[in-house]
Design a protein around this ligand. Structure first.
Ligand SMILES: C[S@@+](CC[C@H](N)C(=O)[O-])C[C@H]1O[C@@H](n2cnc3c(N)ncnc32)[C@H](O)[C@@H]1O
Length: 362
């Protein structure tokens, strides 16, 4: 039976499953969910095999909040022999389709990590065999199909493919970012990943460049401010807590000991609003809408903290609240949310208006 395999953060399989089921249904594709609990893997079994191709083509992965990566299965779970595994995989694939890359994958767990060593070893002869049989082409083409091999154990694999233009370029959707030693908190990686994920690199020169003004709500001790400062921005850091000395010494940061819900910029010259306050997600969502519609900022990157229960419903409601407010104001906008790798109990949202801010007073 054909299925879509989705990877998410372990522990969020239920949310990932609920989301694919709902969004697949919007595309008139129906099926049932199989969850590999605490392994960060969800299988969405389709009642109609043809719907799989339609979905991975039409439903942008960027529109899925909880899935980091996905692929469409080509095989059921294959039992591999203890020898000649490469031959068994090549035989299961046939020679009808060509792929531009091979992705060897495992669950995002400790067992999965141990298994990935085995996968790395197997990848070498497998790649050679795929090339020899012309199943994998020599030239990398970003828009071609990637071959995925999900190893559930050393003896069991699911094969499938994703489309280059609608999948993550990172292994299992996880960008490996290096923690900068000078950053005052590990949270810094969240904003680093958010910029990498939401803002196309080609536009960094104009949207993430030196000289832009930024406001960081809930800034202490300064992990997010650090990411803005290192890109040459001037930052108003708002938090009653203390900011790292190293950041204050740069001369690029002004610290306001104030309530992030009451702070208003003195001029309409702020480009970025970033917000990592641990607060009710609805309250944060409303605040972000206010900043954008009043023209207090041009773009906003913020986290919505998830409650212990009803996490998917909470994000859906918060996103709807933002969409409704933008629609009521008659503005065009870009709005995406993702449960990023460096996020834990929160999702990151990026929002910007594509038309003038209607409530801005000049
Ligand atoms: C998760 S921490 C922020 C970490 C920060 N982004 C970093 O990378 O270092 C949340 C911060 O939000 C601040 N905070 C919570 N509610 C706030 C409010 N109403 N106004 C200002 N800051 C607030 C807290 O003081 C805390 O420092």
């Amino acid at each position: 039976m054909t299925c879509i395999v989705l990877y998410c953060r372990p522990g969020f399989e239920k949310e990932c499953g609920a989301e694919i089921q709902e969004k697949a249904a919007w595309n008139e594709a129906f099926g049932y969910i199989e969850i590999l609990k605490k392994q960060g893997i969800v299988l969405y079994h389709l009642y109609n095999a043809e719907d799989g191709e339609k979905l991975i083509e039409k439903l942008p992965l960027k529109r899925l909040i909880f899935a980091r990566q996905w692929f469409l299965s080509l095989t059921d779970r294959i039992e591999l022999p203890s020898t000649n595994r490469v031959e068994a995989i090549v035989e299961a694939l046939g020679t009808e389709w060509q792929y531009v890359d091979l992705r060897m994958e495992t669950a995002d767990t400790n067992d999965g990590k141990a298994l990935s060593k085995f996968c790395r070893k197997l990848a070498v002869p497998l790649r050679q065999a795929l090339r020899k049989n012309k199943i994998m082409t020599e030239q990398g083409d970003n828009d071609g199909a990637n071959l995925h091999a999900l190893f559930l154990s050393g003896q069991e694999v699911i094969l499938g493919y994703s489309l280059g233009h609608n999948s993550s370029p990172h292994h299992m959707g996880i960008p490996r970012l290096k923690f900068p030693n000078q950053a005052p908190s590990r949270s810094t990686l969240k904003l680093d990943e958010a910029f990498l994920y939401f803002i196309p690199k080609k536009q960094w020169e104009s949207r993430l460049c030196s000289g832009l003004k930024a406001v960081d709500l809930g800034a202490a001790p300064g992990g997010w401010t650090y990411q803005l400062v290192r890109r040459g921005m001037m930052v108003s850091a708002v938090d009653n807590g203390p900011m790292a000395e190293s950041l204050m010494d740069t001369g690029q940061v002004k610290h306001y000991m104030a309530d992030g819900f009451k702070f208003v910029p003195s001029k309409l010259n702020v480009y970025w609003l970033v917000c990592d306050m641990i607060e009710s997600p609805k309250r944060v969502a409303k605040l972000m809408v206010k900043w954008l519609l009043h023209g207090y900022c041009k773009e906003a990157m913020f986290n919505l903290k998830l409650p212990p229960k009803g996490r998917y419903q909470e994000v859906v409601q918060d996103m709807q609240l933002i969409k409704d407010a933008f629609s009521d104001a008659g503005v065009q906008y870009e709005l995406y949310a993702k449960h990023l790798y460096y996020d834990r109990e929160e999702v990151t949202v990026h929002a910007r208006l594509l038309s003038p801010a209607p409530l801005a007073k000049t």
